[in-house]
Design a binder for this molecule. Sequence first.
Ligand code: PLP
Length: 390
Amino acid sequence: MRETFLPFAKPDVAEDAVAAVAQCLRSGWLTTGPRTIEFEEIFKNYAGAKYAVSFNSATAGLHGAFAALGLKSGDEVITTPMTFAATLNTIIFAGAKPVLADIDPKTLNIIPAEIEKKITAKTKAIAPVHFAGRPCDMAAIEAIAQKHGLWIIEDAAHALGAAAGGRKIGKPGGAKRAAVFSFHPTKNITTGEGGMVCTDDENMAEFLSVFRQHGMSKGAWNRYAAKGKTHYDILLPGLKYNMMDIQAVIGISQMKRLEAFNKRRAEIVAQYMAAFKDLEGLILPAPVKEGDTHSWHIFTPLIDTEKLKITRDEFMKLMGAQNIGTALHYQAAHLFSCYQKSYGWKQGDYPGAEYAGGRIVSLPLFPAMTEQDIQDTIKYTKQVIEGNGK
Ligand SMILES: Cc1ncc(COP(=O)(O)O)c(C=O)c1O
């Protein structure tokens, strides 16, 4: 057993970020302000989008992006059952119904042909999720969206630094597009909590910047500053979703390290892939499609329950007993009681997501992992799988 607990993820915040937070706290300006605007500029330039609008989480950003579409009761948004509840919940809060299209259990991403099957007159948008940082088949999804005049709201929570067919996720590459990133502490960069929406659509960007701050007319963030405008209008019923400068300074520091973070993630994954390649009982992530870049937010093999006596849950427990943290991303969304009650979804509806959701496990993966951390993960994974419950 390993001496100390190895978490499955751990943020790496540099001293310059710590100093910048302290400076921000001392400055007297804590909430949305110049540093948030600076972070948005840096992010926008990195992604290659016309607009980057920050939020206090990706959930808030997704809510904003779906709300911007003006969805009405009865409207439908097609998404994947292999995602976090935030994707579905924000569609629901924006007033529409989530409609699911199954995934390919090899890539864990939504299947374009399944999307096409689910399109009706009520469909307004497609919300693909780049699972674990593996880009969805965006060429196929864009073709479907264009054919039917639909928006694409990409849930890019996992995909900062990923690219589909050489184009960065976040660079819209067309009309009616937005991509939403997360800066939760387990993600490729963190701001503690935070999110960003990238789009080329001026109306979408305008809506988002108003929606995230109560619906106040733009610029109201500085209403308490010496030269700020004291009066404002309420243009629409917005929410309190703005990012604070305290968060943004962490993001500014993290963006400088993103490329190095992602390179390190890829190196660790390469070590895992080599170490586990002949390990019977562990189904490894599929190779990355040529021309794509995977951002490796998480490393998610499947426990081959056809070959092993242990279940995925038993695997997680046995790893925990060796002080190795694991996590579950995700259980198939259509099996949660809330959605079953609302939409009548049931076991058997999405076999790809059920297969993956019953077998998937996230092993430790974060840039600050030491060689010992990697070797311990490999050693105990092999030990548990080869031990097969004995
Ligand atoms: C696929 C996906 N979408 C959305 C979110 C929500 O992100 P946040 O925690 O920043 O709201 C997450 C968070 O884990 C996620 O994994």
